[in-house]
Ligand binder design. Structure first.
Ligand SMILES: *Cc1c(COP(=O)(O)O)cnc(C)c1O
Length: 371
């Protein structure tokens, strides 16, 4: 048997999704509307424990619509974790607003709640509060919502939860996606579940859900002649992709179990390595398992050995305040996320990873640590 390439987080789709997809195809609901969309939304809303879900073409679209719901406009500021994927900050810029970046806490690598509270306090004193705060559930672990919401509520600033990586994770037994004004999910090909591309806005607020639904379908007024009172977007998910999503959500517990088993296997097999910290307040979905090398040199050796063994691995996210595109933005703090970027490696974590694959990863990492 020859070994094939091991990917970081490839799609894990089964015969169930295939059947649902073909059934949707045969139903002729080959459109951004249909019964699979409705069912998928209901399933996800139930899982996240919220009243409303709006299926969209991407997580980025969901972020864009959540920021509109929060009232973000040209010239506003939005607090954003520096340690995230660029989509979080890009959505702020789409609206002509400016992200103000904040460092992570070493407790979870998520945004530091003390920095959020401090920034809100200072800006409140200056009469220039941000229009919104975005928290990101990094690598499938929730941010500290107890403390974040306390700070946001004190100043009346809405919180948006970017749970693109975190479906199925919990914070104090409450599901990821259910915190703040609205939650954002992604079903991109590399995420915990996939529709081949897609996202969702989840919320308890019927006004937010209604607005997102309206804006995602070109803001058509409910009249036959296409009347528009505002500028909309074409952000709706296809019914075909929602059919895939229905099968994926059903398999979510099993897929999280597989990712958790991989995390544990790596931890037990690589005792000399520092792993991504797990805060005591919740249960991650273990979307990606990330380790910290002792320094940049060792990180590069790990990445090099994995690549030589035909295994895909990646450095941790490069913080936004270090990105050329955001070089003019304000940053508060920075050493924590910069250090995670310098030393972090994301290991293959897909839910279809076999025991043989995991063992190959461990062998390659060990060879790098011994080199
Ligand atoms: C993947 C991701 C997004 C964007 O989701 P898409 O569906 O790819 O648009 C946003 N935020 C974070 C943290 C992500 O990981």
């Amino acid at each position: 048997m020859t070994d094939t390439r091991i990917w970081l987080s490839p799609p894990d789709v089964s015969d169930l999704e295939r059947k649902l997809l073909l059934k949707a195809f045969d139903s002729n609901w080959v459109a951004p509307a249909g019964p699979d969309l409705d069912a998928f939304e209901q399933q996800v809303a139930e899982r996240v424990g919220v009243r409303h879900a709006v299926a969209l073409s991407s997580g980025t679209a969901a972020l864009h619509l959540a920021l509109i719901a929060a009232g973000v406009r040209r010239g506003d500021t939005v607090l954003v974790p520096s340690f995230t994927f660029a989509a979080t900050a890009n959505a702020v810029v789409y609206l002509g607003a400016r992200p103000v970046f904040l460092d992570s806490t070493p407790e979870s690598w998520n945004v530091d709640p003390d920095l959020v509270a401090e920034e809100l306090r200072i800006r409140s004193g200056q009469g220039r509060l941000p229009r919104a705060v975005i928290a990101v559930d990094m690598y499938g672990q929730c941010a500290d919502y107890g403390r974040l919401l306390e700070a946001c509520d004190r100043y009346g600033v809405p919180l948006i939860e970017d749970a693109a990586e975190a479906l199925g994770a919990t914070y104090r037994d409450r599901p990821a996606g259910s915190f703040g004004l609205a939650g954002v999910l992604s079903f991109n090909g590399n995420k915990i579940i996939t529709t081949g591309g897609g996202g969702m806005l989840v919320t308890d607020d019927s006004r937010v859900a209604k607005q997102a639904r309206h804006l995602s379908t070109q803001a058509r007024e409910p009249v036959p002649h296409y009347e528009h009172r505002t500028v909309g977007y074409n952000y709706r998910l296809s019914n075909l992709l929602a059919a895939i999503g229905r099968g994926q959500v059903q398999r979510l517990p099993e897929m999280i179990g597989a990712r958790r088993a991989t995390f544990r296997f790596y931890q037990e097999s690589l005792p000399g390595l520092e792993f991504m910290p797990i805060a005591g307040y919740g249960t991650p979905n273990h979307w990606l398992t990330c380790v910290l090398a002792t320094d940049e040199g060792q990180r590069d050796r790990i990445l090099g050995h994995l690549n030589a063994h035909d295994i895909e691995a990646r450095p941790a996210w490069k913080p936004m305040h270090l990105q050329p595109v955001f070089q003019d933005c304000v940053m508060r703090g920075g050493p924590v996320c910069a250090d995670v970027f310098r030393r972090g490696v994301c290991l293959p974590s897909g839910s279809a990873l076999t025991e043989h694959d995991r063992a190959r990863v461990v062998t390659a990492v060990r060879s790098a640590l011994e080199a």
